[in-house]
Unconditional design. Structure first.
Length: 159
């Protein structure tokens, strides 16, 4: 079974969204045989990847960073999508953190990188804005020798 994980920004500007979705569809649709998708289901890239993976028939493994992870969702729509996608997952892995901290996010991101055959990064190429951010997880996966596919629309800056 092929295993693809995701890391990415929570905020994807409208002018990049179509390009990102097309890139994710190409990665997910370009495999042969069974597929397992790994995501923490954060708002933005994680949720988009998970929804498209399920659409492609993949088994979804949700990596939950902390016990209070749902409290980190500011947008009620994103929380509802999180709960829906989590309910549709084949498997759930919980990190051993009580609170949603940068360390918990880093642990979830490195778990995904460790578990996948390929990491997809919805990433603008800029440094991480905190420990456990996209750039840090990409660097970690590359140190492991994992193939990393970066998807972003050139010339678009995120907020």
């Amino acid at each position: 079974m092929k295993r693809i994980g995701v890391t990415g920004h929570r905020s994807i500007p409208d002018e990049a969204l179509g390009h990102v979705e097309q890139g994710l569809r190409a990665v997910l649709g370009g495999h042969q045989g069974p597929l397992e998708a790994f995501s923490s289901l954060a708002e933005g890239a994680d949720q988009l990847f998970a929804a498209l993976a399920l659409e492609c028939g993949a088994d979804l493994t949700v990596v939950v960073p902390s016990e209070d992870y749902e409290d980190a969702f500011q947008d009620p729509g994103a929380l509802a999508r999180y709960r829906d996608l989590k309910q549709r997952a084949s498997q759930e892995v919980r990190m051993a953190f009580a609170r949603s901290t940068d360390e918990a996010y880093y642990a979830a991101g490195t778990y995904i990188a460790d578990s996948c055959d390929r990491l997809v990064a919805v990433w603008d190429g800029q440094p991480a804005r905190g420990h456990g951010g996209t750039a840090e997880i990409v660097a970690y996966a590359r140190r492991l020798g994992k193939p990393v596919t970066v998807i972003w629309r050139e010339g678009v800056a995120r907020d």
